[in-house]
Design a protein around this ligand. Sequence first.
Ligand code: 0L1
Ligand code: MG
Length: 249
Amino acid sequence: MTNPETSLAERLDEATRTAKPIAQPEPGFDAYAVQDELIGLRRKRGERQTGVKLGFTSEAKRVQMGVHDLILGRLTDAMVIPDGGTADLSRYIHPRVEPEVVYLVGRRIESVADALLPGAVAAVAAGIELIDSRYENFRFSLESVVADNTSAAAYCVGAWRAYDPAQWNLGVVFALDGRPAHAGSTGAILGDPRRAIVEAARLAVQAGQVIEEGSILLAGAATAAEPLKPGTHVRAEVQHLGSVSLRGA
Ligand code: 0L1
Ligand code: MG
């Protein structure tokens, strides 16, 4: 008989491939085990893991969604949108975009202590994450969104810059079609985005994962997410880091 984790992973994988949402599952499954199976299905199709992402990094979003902890998801090479590229919206259910800080991981991280060592972060960039819940109406519990790989769908990374930990509280402008939709600061990410590598390590250890050297880490959203519509040009600009953009098509 199929276990609940396998069956939910298969349904989420099909929802991702067909862009058809599913109902939220009943509780009673191991959320990170489902995520593992989901990533396993992607690996079988030839996808390679490129990094990890944190979700629910702002207190405001945790309160809004009624959840109590951060979540960790996995990124693959099939999710990459080049800077200035297009997101094919027929592939998504209800896509939203949000501006992110992206770190390049400079050493293998197997423990929280590793994340605190010099060189844990090698470089930093501005990024845009495209999130797309595979659940109807973008509604989920903490467990069900973890199972759904934290709504990870696609991401876009700007030019890498040398990492300067002193530059952590940076202004962010998130513009749609050239008009600022949100202005904020990278300090909105965990109160201090430098905590992201440590929090990612903590969650990775809990989930039995290692964060490989050369991985990328989407540290979290600096402002609220916006729905992505066909033709819309999206640009995230982060002080000192430059900008990154994509277009919905
Ligand atoms: O990247 C994020 O912060 C999103 C995490 C999952 C919650 C959502 O889909 O909004
Ligand atoms: Mg995000």
